[in-house]
Write a protein that binds this ligand. Sequence first.
Ligand code: ADP
Length: 238
Amino acid sequence: MATVALDHIVKRFGALTVVHDLSLEIADREFLVLLGPSGCGKTTTMRMIAGLDEPTSGEIRIGDERVNERAARDRDLAMVFQNYGLYPHMTVAENIGYPLKVRRVPRAERDVRVRTAAERVELAGLLHRRPAELSGGQRQRVALARAIVRTPRLFLMDEPLSNLDAQLRTVMRAQLKHLQRDLATTTIYVTHDQIEAMTLADRIVIMKGGRIQQSGTPAEIYARPANTFVAAFIGSPP
Ligand code: ADP
């Protein structure tokens, strides 16, 4: 059963159409990467799945349910974006536990779950710090821990590693992969970085100009790019 389905999605901003009749299904537990150059409509697509933006037309389903009219907080998903969105006045523990607090999870249970999530991303020693006292990679891990402290049916990640330096990005990529094997939660991941896509994805969907160019496993896309754009973008051998 598909966990997420986009059915003939169109998104316009005024006269500008940024997503053209896009249809896509994401399978249960799949790690799907939306890949493409800046401006191709990846973030807009993600925001519509998240409930931060509404499609101009078309239907979005999560599980069996049409979610077009559902607010972001009612879609049972967790998001990690590139600016992390941490609360500066809260400690690491409070930041990680926030999604549980707003759902009125009792304090004792919250503490246990925060600790478990923090241990998963190797933050257990930093729970009392504030975001300003952390490195970029540590902040990124707080954002990840906050996403996994619940068990949502869907993770959405939009360029979560793009603010990190190259070395840290490689480390975090490996951690994400590890986490993904551990949690087996359906994930949609947006990036313009083909190496990131190749490393992380079960399946890659390549976009250009608001349209899907190709969908396939990293190996399929690399070996058999659908067109010259895909070949150039992925760096397939000629
Ligand atoms: P990507 O994530 O692939 O870089 P985006 O989805 O952010 O691309 O943007 C796709 C296109 O939509 C771009 O041309 C962008 O300028 C435009 N766009 C995005 N959001 C808005 C908005 N709120 N109003 C008008 N245009 C927008």
